[in-house]
Design a protein around this ligand. Sequence first.
Ligand code: FPP
Length: 269
Amino acid sequence: MADFSKLADPGSPEELLVRRIDRERVPRHVAIIMDGNGRWAKARSMPRVEGHRAGVAAVRDTVEASAQLGLEVLTLYAFSVENWKRPRFEIWTLMNLLKEYVRKERRNLVNNDIRFNVLGRWRELDPLVVREIEQTLEETAHCKGMHFNVALNYSGRCEIVDACRRIVADWAAGKRADIDEETLGRYLYTSGQPDPDLLIRTSGELRVSNFLLWQIAYAEIWVTQTLWPDFRRKDLIEAVLAFQSRERRYGGVLQPESPGMELFSSSRS
Ligand code: FPP
């Protein structure tokens, strides 16, 4: 079980929230659609890219707090295949921020036993970005703590297409697997990881934006008005508390005599 002692300073408002967390029902995987960077910058009469720059501090705090919460997996949506439609300067800045983050954070990830992983067609990115990613993947490969996924040049539909292509390629090579949910899951970028229990979206938008389409089938969704650059561990803990207050039924019904306990007539356990 996680040790929450580092999650909040004694006497801080966060500490009161931390005390309310049920340690036995912490989500295994939290996925976040980081949104609102542009609006954050606009509200301050700054260029959009300043919102992305400020968003890096939110990434740092979220990664640290997620590991301290004891999450098995944290996934952040950093750049979608649709984001190539943005102005060139914005794309260039985002790629630089990512490259610098990956480079500077490498040691910190290793020190905290966090394993870095990238979801998406990231090998198509600028070779300098690819190189920094490869090095961080390599250096954190032995880490046994939280898996930290960054979705980069990512699309949920492309992920399913890529999985199908790899299944077909394996079939052609004589490695035949049944086509079922278990097989498809094994060919996704998140192979071997639990599906997200909780999907967070910042900035109040009510869309899934082509993110982890297969994996979020049973995820609880929590949307906050907070813009991503302002998102901090307090928001993450609030999301976890909201998640713990939900009743997860996976399409089944709860037995009336034991509310909140056993699942009745469910296809999943
Ligand atoms: C959405 O806000 C945010 C993004 C497309 C990029 C997120 C990237 C970062 C926070 C930078 C660094 C990331 C890592 C992992 C180091 P938006 O620009 O769509 O906001 P808007 O809807 O207000 O315009």
